[in-house]
Each structure stands twice: as structure tokens, then as C-alpha cells.
Design a protein around this ligand. Structure first.
Ligand code: THU
Length: 162
């Protein structure tokens, strides 16, 4: 038996003012996106903003449904929309913010497992490293590469052996 280790690396910024300008603009857009979410069941409004390789910015937010599993997270709403419109353009950066009962969350909001999986494939598809920015009142985390978010990920390579 051996014990292996995987390390995650990310940057921590104390607040939005410390961020480079392009990241700051994207976080502000993610915050703005939360206000258009449809979250009557959880009151948890999530917003995502994407910066594409060609400079385009796309936003999205969570869309809930009375049949709960039919809803969709903000990240996937934004990613699928952007990829449907620009299938050949890399998503370079995604910023994610959340408001609970009208307040920006204290802690950073982390994408759920399903969103991490989709982030992973969007990154792989573009052959580019994607930067993931997690927004929160206490701090903002900047993760360079989805590998630093989901180190054990299903890449789909295994499907080629079936
Ligand atoms: N949600 C997101 O939109 N993104 C996440 O990363 C986590 C959760 C949404 C799903 C649901 O509408 C609400 O937040 C509460 O789980």
C-alpha cells in the first residue's frame, strides 16, 4: 500500500479591488447575473460570467423548477449557452457569485460536482487552461486550471476503449 497526494493551488485575494481589472469586471457581471436568476425554492441566487477567447462575455444564472431536478445551475446555464453560440471559441475565464436572501455569500461559492465535470470538458475541448474565479465577501479565490478544482475527473478518454 502506498499513500499518494495531489495538491491544489489557488490564489486568494482579500477583496474585489485587489483583482486585475478584467477579473474585476467579470466578477461584477457575475454579481449582476444573480439578480436575474429564478430561484423561488432556494432563495439562493447564483450568477456566472464567462470571458471567451474572442473577448465576448456571456452571463447565466440558476434556473429552478418545481420539479427540482429539472432546474439548472448558473455555471452550466452560462457554459452551455456560450458553447452553443461559439462552439469553437475557448472559455478563458469564469466568475461565480451567489446571493442568499439579498446578500453576497460570506464564503466563496464552489461549483457543484456536475458543474465541475462540465467545466472540465469545456476546458479540455478548447485545449486551453481555464481560470475559475470564486467570489465571496471574505475573499475571492482564483483557480488556474480545472485540474486545480477537480483533480480526479472523468475525462472521457476511457470511452475510447469501449
Ligand atoms: N447552484 C448553482 O447555480 N451553482 C452551484 O454551483 C451550486 C448550486 C444552484 C442550484 C439551485 O438552484 C440553488 O443553487 C441551490 O442549490
Amino acid at each position: 500500500m502506498k499513500i499518494a497526494e495531489k495538491k491544489l493551488q489557488y490564489k486568494i485575494y482579500c477583496n474585489i479591488e485587489e483583482l486585475p481589472d478584467s477579473y474585476k469586471a467579470l466578477v461584477l457581471r457575475a454579481r449582476e447575473e444573480t439578480q436575474k436568476s429564478y430561484a423561488p425554492y432556494s432563495q439562493f441566487r447564483v450568477g456566472a460570467a464567462l470571458l471567451l477567447e474572442n473577448g465576448a462575455v456571456f452571463g447565466g444564472n440558476n434556473q429552478e423548477n418545481a420539479a427540482y431536478p429539472s432546474g439548472l445551475c448558473a455555471e452550466r446555464t452560462a457554459l452551455f449557452y456560450a458553447q452553443s453560440q461559439h462552439p469553437d471559441v475557448a472559455v478563458n475565464v469564469i466568475a461565480i457569485s451567489a446571493f442568499f436572501r439579498n446578500n453576497l455569500t460570506q464564503e466563496t461559492i464552489k461549483p457543484c460536482g456536475a458543474c465541475c465535470q462540465v467545466l472540465s470538458e469545456v476546458e479540455k475541448r478548447s485545449k486551453n487552461i481555464m481560470t475559475v474565479i470564486l467570489d465571496g465577501q471574505d475573499q475571492i479565490e482564483v483557480i488556474e486550471g480545472v485540474n486545480n478544482l477537480l483533480p480526479f475527473r472523468f475525462s472521457g478518454e476511457e470511452l475510447k476503449n469501449i
